[in-house]
Design a protein. Structure first.
Length: 294
């Protein structure tokens, strides 16, 4: 238990440091590092982490997403300056990223052809899926922060929304845990996650919805519309986060893993900590972009 507490405290401190420098290159570098570790853990789960060509291709594809997104955002203000020279056009980063993904996929398929007796198609398509899903989902951290950079006397709106997006997954876990311990009787998915209960799920949904409603009302000011949108957003994020958590647990069950890694003693790997975040962050971003609460 002590190891788990110390490990968690170190993780909180590191996350706090990254968020403190949220408006610098520290955030995209941190996101790229998280993606790199998560992809390694996932490739290790399907026993492809020792296949260097596939590992490097997936890692290159994953790391490129947050870094290129950061660069594309930073150079927007320089477009007119660049165009004034009449010699070069602003770079098309979405095209560059597409080429990187295509090249990574090509390397993976060529490697598969060369080692078709050792590598199965399930492994190949698993890698193709995670090297697109994980980077895109985790880069939503940067999208949220960069999309709403209005500042006020407290926090930048982007930083506040980023914190709430991350909390959308972790608050639900906390609420579900304590509710399940207190009144949980009916198992939710006993074969996948024996400790999860239906009562815990409901508790996590209500906890997240209430916290969202209070937080957004305090930060932006209370209106009935904002309260309703925040409540619904929190509830949906809690449900989506549970699906993400169960999906990651199901993969571990089927491959016979207890944890994805050991980078956080007592907690497992980064995939064990960010499995629900992979689903919650894009959902949160979509809700805020479509309905807005700011």
């Amino acid at each position: 238990m002590l190891t788990r507490i110390i490990s968690g405290a170190v993780g909180v401190v590191l996350l706090g440091a990254v968020l403190f420098f949220h408006d610098t290159i520290v955030l995209p570098i941190a996101v790229a590092a998280i993606i790199a570790v998560m992809l390694f853990e996932l490739l290790r789960a399907v026993k492809l982490h020792k296949c260097i060509p596939i590992l490097l291709a997936a890692e290159a594809c994953g790391i490129a997403v947050p870094i290129l997104y950061h660069i594309s955002h930073e150079v927007k203000d320089w477009h007119y300056f660049i165009r004034s020279f009449k010699t070069i056009d602003p770079p098309h980063y979405h095209i560059i990223l597409f080429c990187i993904v295509l090249a990574a996929a090509f390397v993976i398929f060529v490697t598969w052809l060369r080692k078709h007796k050792e590598i199965r198609y399930e492994q190949v398509f698993f890698v193709l899926a995670v090297m697109i899903l994980v980077p895109q989902a985790m880069t939503t951290m940067i999208r949220i922060e960069r999309s709403w950079q209005m500042t006020d006397d407290m926090l930048s709106s982007g930083l506040f929304l980023l914190i709430m997006g991350l909390c959308g997954a972790w608050i639900a876990d906390t609420g579900a845990y304590f509710t399940g311990v207190a009144i949980g009787k009916h198992k939710l998915c006993p074969e996948i996650s024996p400790k999860k209960t239906i009562e815990g799920l409901v508790g996590g949904i209500l906890t997240t919805a209430i916290v969202y409603t209070v937080a957004f009302s305090v930060y932006y000011g209370f209106t009935a519309k904002r309260a309703v949108i925040a409540f619904v957003t929190g509830a949906v994020c809690a449900v989506i986060g549970t699906v993400g958590d169960l999906s990651a647990s199901m993969v571990k069950r089927q491959i016979g893993f207890k944890d994805y890694g050991k980078i956080m003693p007592g907690h497992g790997g980064l995939m064990d900590r960010f499995d629900s975040v992979l689903f919650v962050l894009p959902t949160f971003y979509a809700f805020i972009a479509l309905f807005g609460v700011q």
